[in-house]
Structures are given as C-alpha cells and as structure tokens.
Design a binder for this molecule. Structure first.
Ligand code: PAF
Length: 321
C-alpha cells in the first residue's frame, strides 16, 4: 500500500512516524507538504518522534509536488479544518476514483465532502483522539494515546470498504488503536461535544485541559456549552450514545496535562478551528431554530484573541511588502 499524509503538523507527523516505523518493505509512507522549503528541510532532516523518554528519527520521504508521486492508494488529510479546501486543491493531482481519502479534521465543517459528491475519490472520516504536541517543524511528541474510529458517511462500495479495512489493520499494526464504525457521524458528533466544551475555553482561560476543572466558572461553562451542542444534535436527529457532558468532563480529566490543539494554535499565533467546532454548533442551531448563546459568546471571545495577533501579522506582512 502507498499512503500519503498531507500536512506535517502534529497529527500528520505522528501518523507518518508511527506508520513508517511499522510498515513492510513493499508499503510506502510519504509525507506531503505544500511549503517547498519546509518539505526540503524535513526530507533531509527526517521526522523526530518523541514517545515517553525515547526520540526516534524517521527518514520519511517528504514531497511538495503531488504530481510527481504517481498513484497513491490512500491519502490522510491531517491539515487544520480552515486549510482543508486549499489542501484538497493542492493534492488534486493525486485523486483517482479508487483513492481512499481519510479526513482527520476536528469539528464537522468538512462533512460536506462525504455528503455531496465533491471529490473524484472515495471519502472516509476519522474521529481521532490521539494527543500530539508540536515541538518544532517535523518534531513532535506523542502526548497521549487515544483511539481512532474510521467510517464512511454512507455505506461504501465493496472495494472502498476493503481498502478502509486494510487501512485500519495497517494503523492498528502501527500501534494506532483503530476501529471501524458504521455510524461515523455519531462518533464525529461525540468528538465535537468534547471539543466544543474544552478547546475554546482552554484558549480563553489559557489553561491546560485539567486546569479547566479547577475553576467553578469554567466547569459550569463546559457543561452549558456541551448541553447547547447536544440540543442542536438532537434537533438534527443525531444519535447520541453517551451523556456528552459526562464524556467531556471525563476527557478533560484523562487529558489533564494536555494543551488542547486550540490553545497550541493560540500560543503559536495561528488561526484556530473555532469555526469548525463551536461555529458549526451555532450555524446548525440557527438553521433549525435553536439558539446557542453560550457557544456564540465563546466564538466571539476566541475570535477577539485571534484578531489581536492575526491582524498584527497582516500589518507586519504589509509593511514587509
Ligand atoms: O483538540 C484537542 O486538543 C483534543 O481533541 C482534546 C480531546 C481536547 C484533548 O486535548
């Protein structure tokens, strides 16, 4: 199997390293980066993968020219939700009717790629809770072991299903705990509840996941944010398997020392995924006439923080030109 991983961020490097270290000689793992200089640098330095007290250098091929790679069986899109459209366009030369595309974004803004026939490929989705911390370009730490659930939004054809099973087995063999669900939408909403309750608040309060639990105000906001999201999900007829509030508080405890992906984005002065997470709760709520004032308030707070550094970056870029 030839697997391409698009995006050398924390999750992309984690998957690339774990797959690289476990696949057979006849399989190939490639990392694909749209940035020419960074791709060249990562290609020569390799990916540094930290797990526990060990650091392993993985000499993975990193390319920035999809058109030169030939046929890849599977593509893992490990880019941020706001970069997805651009990345799909960049990787388009790799699409074929049998290419399995796995989306690993947070939130649910990307589900349209499975609901409508927007891509000449086979779209599948992953709800992934692996914890990965970005330390430097191509240098990541496996911060917490999680689980990855894979599935199609609508039943895949025989060949697509077989390919997804093969991918799940390859991931499992690489130590990425993986299963297949025939109701991935439910799993993606379950993850959305957790992210809607935790990520934005960690950004606003500048706290680790566990530190949120030590403040009564933050704890009560987690509960209210998740209850609002749950109301929207029920209004849309989404199946809810476990109590979303209890599940969110549990994840907060289990990942107590984690710096959430959104707080990592804020600290690196990058855009956040607030639109794909709480933004989608609010947007879908509006569509079906359910108000989401607490999610709206959080979105405004995160956007205010983002605006402070994003607008100064734009100014700096303009001054350089
Ligand atoms: O986005 C994240 O950081 C993670 O999904 C989670 C579960 C909040 C843990 O940090």
């Amino acid at each position: 199997m030839r697997i391409g991983i698009i995006g050398p961020g924390a999750l992309g490097c984690l998957f690339a390293a774990k797959l690289y270290l476990s696949v057979n000689e006849q399989d190939e793992i490639l990392l694909i980066d749209h940035k020419t200089e960074r791709a060249a640098e990562l290609n020569s330095q390799g990916i540094l993968y930290e797990s526990g007290t060990e650091t392993t250098r993985c000499p993975i091929s990193v390319s920035n020219s999809p058109e030169s790679l030939g046929h890849l069986d599977t593509l893992l899109f490990c880019v941020k939700s706001y970069d997805l459209k651009k990345s799909l366009h960049f990787a388009a030369p790799l699409f074929a009717p049998t290419t399995l595309i796995l989306f690993l974004q947070n939130g649910i803004g990307h589900l349209k790629y499975g609901e409508q026939k927007l891509l000449p490929a086979v779209p599948a989705f992953a709800a992934c809770s692996e914890g990965a911390t970005y330390l430097a370009p191509g240098h990541i730490r496996h911060a917490g072991k999680g689980h990855t659930t894979l599935g199609f939004l609508s039943p895949g054809n025989k060949a697509g299903s077989k390919q997804l099973e093969q991918l799940a087995t390859t991931m499992q063999n690489a130590g990425i705990d993986t299963s297949i669900s025939n109701d991935i939408r439910t799993q993606l909403w379950a993850k959305l509840f957790v992210n809607a309750g935790i990520n934005g608040l960690t950004a606003v309060y500048n706290r680790s996941n566990g530190q949120l639990l030590t403040s009564c105000a933050a704890r009560s906001r987690i509960k209210s944010l998740v209850r609002e999201a749950e109301k929207v999900a029920k209004g849309l007829g989404i199946t809810i398997e476990k109590d979303p509030v209890a599940a969110t508080l549990k994840v907060c405890k289990q990942t107590a020392r984690n710096i959430s992906s959104m707080l990592q984005d804020i600290r690196r002065l990058r855009p956040t995924e607030i639109d794909a997470i709480n933004g989608e709760v609010s947007r879908l709520g509006r569509e079906i006439g359910i108000t989401t004032p607490l999610n709206d308030e959080l979105i405004a707070q995160v956007k205010k923080i983002e605006k402070r550094y994003l607008s100064s970056q734009t100014e700096a870029n303009e001054n350089q030109e």
